[in-house]
Design a protein around this ligand. Sequence first.
Ligand SMILES: [Zn+2]
Length: 50
Amino acid sequence: MPDERCSACGGSSLTEHQEHTVETDKDGNQTPVTRRWTGACSQCHGSGIS
Ligand SMILES: [Zn+2]
């Protein structure tokens, strides 16, 4: 079986991740927070190969 580059990360093994959460600040107000980070591809689990 030939190795094929992961279509999600293009073989780089890293992808942008985004997470949306709601946090409560010290005054009790709920604020939507978006976090972005670059990390191991969730499709190929960092192998770069699909
Ligand atoms: Zn990948």
